[in-house]
Design a binder for this molecule. Structure first.
Ligand SMILES: C[S@@+](CC[C@H](N)C(=O)[O-])C[C@H]1O[C@@H](n2cnc3c(N)ncnc32)[C@H](O)[C@@H]1O
Length: 243
């Protein structure tokens, strides 16, 4: 699917989600918990510059304690999510911007900034093309190199044969929507093994400061189930820094 198709997909998926569960906590509690748990490593006493890529309708940065005068960006290419974030943000430490993160190096609003902290808002595993993932990691690395900043990620990992086909839809409400668009419109997730991920990060110029991938952690891939099964993907958490 091309970028326009993907944007349309996320726009429609989020529109549906925001309408059906308006009061739901919008930023990911697990990503927030992992970022917060590592604050003793990435925190600086001077004002920080931080960005969440693929922030959806609310950035986890809003919930973090950062030094006074810190500045944050939340970026997503879905207009629906960014409009929602803007409407609900009374927080002047964050600026929401709507653009494709692959344009990060040239986009006016961020091209001149070097960051202390970059958070991947579960975007990396949406990049199913290897060249695009490489481009994304290179851009993030460049944004962190000057200030020796940190990169926080949570990704799905394969822990055995997956219990669903490659084109499985991850959100039940998105499933209905996509049936209308057609099967070719289905975005898949990138779900590699943990060793492949670690290798990819190292090849891209990152050192692994910390990672966690306990065998018991599972993403319940099908929202019709409440219990995880063997073929559900695992969850890995990373704190990376430029080598
Ligand atoms: C799996 S959702 C996660 C949303 C939210 N951060 C969360 O954790 O619930 C991935 C988000 O990344 C955004 N996204 C995917 N590819 C993108 C790209 N190339 N540029 C900007 N945003 C992108 C989508 O619009 C979507 O909001």
């Amino acid at each position: 699917m091309d970028t326009q198709g993907l944007k349309a997909y996320y726009d429609q998926a989020f529109k549906k989600k925001l309408e059906s569960t308006p009061g739901e906590c919008l930023c990911s509690p697990s990503l927030l918990a992992w970022t917060d748990a590592n604050s003793s490593i990435w925190y600086k006493n001077d004002p920080m510059l931080a960005i969440e890529l693929g922030c959806g309708a609310k950035s986890v940065l809003v919930e973090l304690s950062l030094p006074e005068k810190s500045k944050c960006f939340g970026v997503d290419f879905s207009r629906v999510t960014i409009d929602h974030a803007l409407l609900n943000s009374q927080n002047d430490k964050i600026v929401y911007e709507c653009f494709d993160v692959l344009e990060m190096d040239t986009h006016l609003s961020v091209k001149n900034f070097d960051f202390d902290l970059v958070i991947d808002g579960h975007l990396f595993h949406c990049l199913t093309n290897e060249r695009v993932r490489q481009q994304y990691l290179s851009s993030v690395l460049r944004k962190l190199q000057v200030k020796r900043g940190y990169f926080v990620l949570e990704c799905m990992v394969e822990t055995g044969p997956l219990a669903f086909a490659d084109d499985f839809l991850f959100l039940e409400d998105v499933r209905v929507l996509l049936q209308q668009i057609g099967k070719n419109a289905v975005p898949v997730r990138y779900i590699p093994r943990i060793d492949q991920l670690l290798e990819q990060f190292k090849q891209s110029g990152f050192k692994i400061v910390k990672f966690l991938c306990p065998p018991g952690w599972k993403i319940i891939a099908d929202s019709r189930r409440v219990e995880p099964i063997d073929g559900d993907p695992g969850l890995a958490r990373f704190l990376l820094a430029p080598m």
